[in-house]
Design a protein. Structure first.
Ligand code: GDP
Length: 300
């Protein structure tokens, strides 16, 4: 939590700062409500959720008859926690009976897929799990190399193809096959994300999943989204969730944005929880998503 706070603060957390400024006024008046609304919108909370939240807060203030900014801040905290939903099951499925757990990591180029696979491998290794990586992003020339580097950094093997443009599904299959042979606990598969041709990408992802399923069940499909891309990320999420059954979101680059409200919009749209957050480029910059800590950090 301390690290999350530090990161969000370092990232110039406009959301928290301006709310804090608003709520340190003597009294909550009409101008303040408007500014709260604006701040929530700027943080990418989405129009519906913002309206809903502000209406609820106004109603509570009327019922309680208190315009004390500190009280309003506490209410805002409670309502944000409710919106983000503390009931979501955010645990990753990384154990399977008698076979490796299979995790596919999907998302468009540049969002931080490969980095996330590397960081996640590190987390799992720290939990004493045997991990193998699959470099199924066969289109981006440097992707397999980048993943292999992460593999050696973290101390786990990487299955890749020497042939550029090799069939991603077959590399994914080989990784799961190898994981099964080596009796590893988890297979993490990095996939391709060229969005130039949406239909192709989605066909290809569907194929990767189907081919892997010939060998094993798929336990998690993690969609990686870049928190700095706002509405764009939401559109991507929609396209991906139509192609594969996404089981969790990884929201990256939260260290570089004040737009953490996107968590609310994404979860609402997909009905899938944010499970992990990326807070930097280093191997330790991945954290499980925790609603309370996240709201704390937002309102810091
Ligand atoms: P991919 O194309 O989706 O596999 O994306 P990469 O993993 O290659 O990441 C793209 C860039 O984003 C790289 O420069 C990463 O170091 C950077 N990156 C990934 N995750 C994070 C994050 O959580 N925070 C920051 N600041 N940068 C990140």
């Amino acid at each position: 939590l301390a690290r999350l706070r530090a990161r969000l603060v370092k990232s110039n957390n406009v959301f928290g700062k301006s709310l804090l400024a608003l709520l340190s006024r003597d009294e909550i008046d009409e101008d303040v409500w408007e500014e709260i609304e604006e701040t929530l919108l700027m943080a990418d909370l989405g129009t519906d959720s913002t309206m809903e939240l502000v209406d609820t807060l106004r109603e509570r203030v009327t019922v309680e008859g208190s315009k004390d900014p500190q009280r309003v801040r506490a209410m805002l905290h409670e309502e944000l926690v409710k919106l983000i939903d503390p009931e979501f099951d955010r645990r990753l499925t990384v154990t399977a009976d008698g076979r490796p757990a299979v995790v596919l990591v999907v998302g468009v180029n540049g969002v931080g897929k490969t980095t996330t696979v590397g960081k996640l491998a590190r987390v799992l290794v720290a939990e004493d799990k045997d991990v193998i990586l699959g470099a199924a992003d066969t289109f981006r020339a440097a992707a397999a190399e980048q993943l292999t580097t992460w593999g050696s950094r973290v101390g786990v093997p990487t299955v890749s193809s020497d042939v550029e443009g090799a069939d991603p599904a077959s590399v994914a299959y080989d990784a799961v096959d190898k994981g099964t042979e080596l009796e590893t606990d988890v297979v993490l598969v990095d996939t391709a994300g060229r969005l130039q041709n949406k239909a192709n990408l989605m066909d290809e992802l569907g194929k990767v999943k189907r081919v892997v399923e010939k060998k094993s069940e798929v336990d998690e499909v993690l969609l990686v989204l870049d928190a700095t891309t706002g509405q764009n990320g939401l559109n991507q999420a929609k396209v991906f969730s139509e192609a594969v059954n996404v089981t969790g979101i990884v929201l990256t680059k939260l260290d570089g944005t004040a737009r953490g409200g996107i968590v609310v919009a994404i979860q609402k749209q997909l009905g899938v929880p944010v499970k992990l957050i990326g807070l930097g480029e280093g191997p330790d910059d991945l954290a499980p998503f925790d609603t309370e800590s996240f709201v704390d950090a937002l309102l810091e």
